[in-house]
Design a protein around this ligand. Sequence first.
Ligand SMILES: [Zn+2]
Length: 213
Amino acid sequence: MPRALRKDENPPRHPTGSLTTPSGETISYTIYRSRRRTFAIMVRPSGEVLVRAPQRASEWRIQSFAEAHAAWLETALAKAAARKTVSDGLPPITADDLKQLKKSARQILPARVAHQAARMGVTYGKLSFRAQRTRWGSCSSVGNLSFNILLLLAPKEVLDYVIIHELCHRRHMDHSPAFWREVERYCPDWRTSYAWLKEQGPYLIDRMERGRN
Ligand SMILES: [Zn+2]
């Protein structure tokens, strides 16, 4: 029978589990079940550990999946902690900064997108510019493009890479090898930008999160 909740107690949104790492540290994680078929584990910039699992996965399966990644987790958590230390030293991006970035995006991006699209021989629909936590850009099925305004704080090559990436989705709506060949054709050095976003992007997002508080 389910335990009755006290009045001041909220039901937990997601179940949690915990494991012990090779060096003896206890780590707890949050379980997110969804309509997926595979398991995944990740560390959020905050240091929170998530395990994603299929809807019907047993707790035992989830636990053994998490335990199999204990050593990996230890490294990933250490990296997240180091990143957080660096990030805490960087100025937060405030609401005013975001307003300014949006203004710059409207001034700078349309011409850059138009230039790349002309070079690549593709068309596109509407452009929109947003501050986003989870993506750098997107391309809808009708060709409307959206770009994260935080990209204006990245090197120009990174900005161009994201523009080219989204425009390549006008030819391939997936991330297939054919898609990446297309990216390579117009942005031969895309790997450097890709790595930059992966390494430095979380700092930008973290600074924005801090600016919002
Ligand atoms: Zn993409």
